[in-house]
Design a protein around this ligand. Structure first.
Ligand code: NAP
Length: 546
């Protein structure tokens, strides 16, 4: 890095940096969640001048925004963590098996400080536009605080679940109490004591938040349209023995990651269907372990209808055993999708919460919400008096955050135009027509169906290698070929079609957003990492270099 480059990396805390940023850098990274932080680290290490833009006032991405009570990871924390620095892994100690949001955010803060990344990031700077210039092969990024920065390389680390969405019911603005979205939760503590709270939505966010809100509130009404499958976390303090076990397994785990994960589709091929008694024995075992492992009990659980049906039945039975009132239990049983084809939820006392006298379940499939009123909410059946409403209504997933920006590639084509029929990217990394732009955990990569930390690391490493190769080879432009992208998108779809995933109206296919094209957005094949590495090793097959 030259001294001029260093000057460009003005710490954001300095007065100079609070002025809108202008000028040129080698690379910009949009988003300072776990993908963005590691990307900034790697690019700086490569000797590039880099600038990060982050809409929030701090690092952490999803963990900065999702501060609702009960928010915690749904993969074991020892695995929901970076692997790229052994020192970091050794010095950070998780207090619980499934860490809560404040601890995960503290981890992101620790990473930012330990690797001195904050100075590279402009906080409170939402990127509004990213425009590619054909003549120079440079991107110009503009933010809502007036920054205007040009860069050769543009990395979108904007997250898959970062564009919160709430349905607009008639009368929203008339409600007298607070309306809160789980994905945009206030920083100051919200006191529900003595309040009648309505929670709309029973996905992962609602299922985590409802038990915690019910502990405080006078009354909680859960407005459920579609019941979901949720598995108990069996969370608890993380003991020394579990940590020692992790370290004993770690070399094998890292080797497995390097070897490329098998993927749902490839893994399932030719797998035998175990006898039903064997299936139930394994489900009992997995239920006792807790967390999402139950849906990975058998390789063909997400491809074979019969295997899945047995798992779905098993979990429905467990739910019915927990919920004391059989009528409420019946309403909580999911029947509209095979288990695991919507993101499996992981909870602490979700179903038990419906045994509390201060919790009621409103079936808004049978009696939909008609309007929000000044004093609550009205369904087609009755009025509910509420003091606060919590929207746990999810996100415009995968493409939402990207399409919120005005992204224009070669020939001025907008990303919105390019994705008119749904999000698509070559290898889930690069979009044809958008040279020098990379999307971390983009559509068509394992992303949301993998351990996101692992997937982000893989993408960051690949992008770093790619930029290093471009620079070494004297290239200033790399763009995915439309034909390679089309073939990859077809491959992703073909694999998905061989699974049970398309059966669910999930956000994986954009079904939660009215009018969104139905495209399955995750890669479920095996050896994804190898595929990407082979593309790079083969001189970036499927990409045009200039
Ligand atoms: P979600 O899974 O999309 O759930 C949204 C909920 O809101 C659904 O129950 C949905 O009902 C309901 N809803 C949406 N629009 C509605 C409307 N107009 N009327 C009534 N109900 C409506 O969203 P989420 O719970 O925020 O979770 C999204 C994803 O974020 C998860 O799948 C997970 O990947 C991630 N997440 C992870 C964690 C974690 O790791 N711990 C925690 C939270 C979230 P329908 O099903 O009928 O549409």
């Amino acid at each position: 890095m030259t001294s001029r480059d260093r000057e460009k990396n003005v710490p954001e805390g300095s007065t100079a940096a609070r002025q809108p940023l202008t000028g040129d850098v080698d690379a910009v990274v949009v988003g300072a969640g776990f993908g963005g932080l590691y990307m900034l680290h790697r690019l700086r290490e490569l000797g590039l001048s880099v600038r990060g833009f982050e809409a929030a006032d701090g690092v952490g991405g999803t963990w900065w925004w999702n501060r609702y009570p009960g928010a915690r990871c749904d993969l074991p924390s020892l695995y929901y963590a970076y692997t790229w620095s052994e020192d970091l892994s050794r010095e950070w100690r998780w207090s619980e098996r499934y860490a809560a949001q404040p601890e995960i955010l503290a981890y992101a803060d620790h990473v930012a400080d330990r690797f001195d990344l904050r100075g590279l990031i402009a906080f409170g700077a939402r990127v509004l536009a990213a425009i590619f210039d054909e003549a120079t092969a440079l991107w110009t990024l503009e933010t809502d605080r007036g920054d205007r920065v040009r860069a050769r390389w543009c990395v979108m680390a904007t997250g898959c679940l970062s564009a919160p969405r709430a349905p607009q019911f008639p009368g929203e603005e008339t409600f007298r109490g607070p309306r809160l979205h789980t994905g945009l939760w206030p920083h100051e503590a919200v006191d529900f004591a003595g309040l009648r709270v309505g929670v709309i939505g029973t996905g992962s966010s609602g299922i985590q938040a409802i038990p915690r809100i019910a502990e405080q509130a006078r009354r909680v009404t859960v407005f459920q349209r579609t019941p979901n499958f949720s598995l108990p976390a069996h969370n608890g303090p993380l003991g020394d023995a579990e940590i020692a076990d992790y370290w004993a397994r770690r070399p094998k785990y890292l080797k497995m990651l390097k070897a490329g994960l098998p993927g749902v589709a490839a893994h399932a091929e030719g797998a035998p269907v175990p006898p039903v008694e064997e299936q139930r024995r394994v489900y009992e075992e997995m239920w006792a372990i807790g967390g999402p492992v139950l849906v990975a009990s058998f390789p063909n659980l997400l491809t074979d209808e019969a295997v899945n049906a047995a798992a779905s039945d098993f979990v429905r039975e467990k739910i019915a055993q927990v919920v004391e009132d059989p009528r409420i239990a019946a309403r909580l049983l999911p029947h509209d999708h095979p288990i695991g084809t919507k993101r499996i939820c992981v909870d602490t006392d979700y179903y038990q919460t419906f045994n509390r006298p201060n919790v009621e379940l409103a079936d808004i499939r049978a009696a939909p919400i008609e309007a929000i009123t000044p004093d609550g909410l009205r369904t087609t059946e009755r009025e509910y008096a509420l003091d606060a409403i919590v929207y746990a209504t999810g996100f415009d997933a995968v493409s939402g955050a990207l399409l919120a920006m005005d992204i224009r590639g070669a020939g001025g084509v907008t990303l919105r135009e390019a994705w008119a029929d749904g999000p698509r990217a070559y290898l889930g990394l690069a979009v044809a027509g958008f040279p020098n732009l990379f999307v971390l955990a983009g559509p068509g990569s394992p992303s949301v169906l993998s351990n996101m930390m692992v997937s982000l690391e893989e993408h960051v490493d690949w992008v770093t290698g790619c930029i290093a190769d471009m620079r070494a080879g004297g290239y200033t432009r790399i763009a995915a070929e439309p034909s390679a992208q089309a073939a990859w998108v077809a491959h992703v779809k073909d694999l998905a079609d061989r699974s049970l995933f398309p059966r669910a109206n999930s956000w994986y296919v954009g079904a939660n957003i009215p009018g969104k094209p139905r495209v399955f957005t995750a890669y479920i094949g095996g050896g994804y990492r190898q595929t990407c590495e082979a593309v790079a090793a083969g001189g970036y097959e499927g990409f045009a270099l200039a």
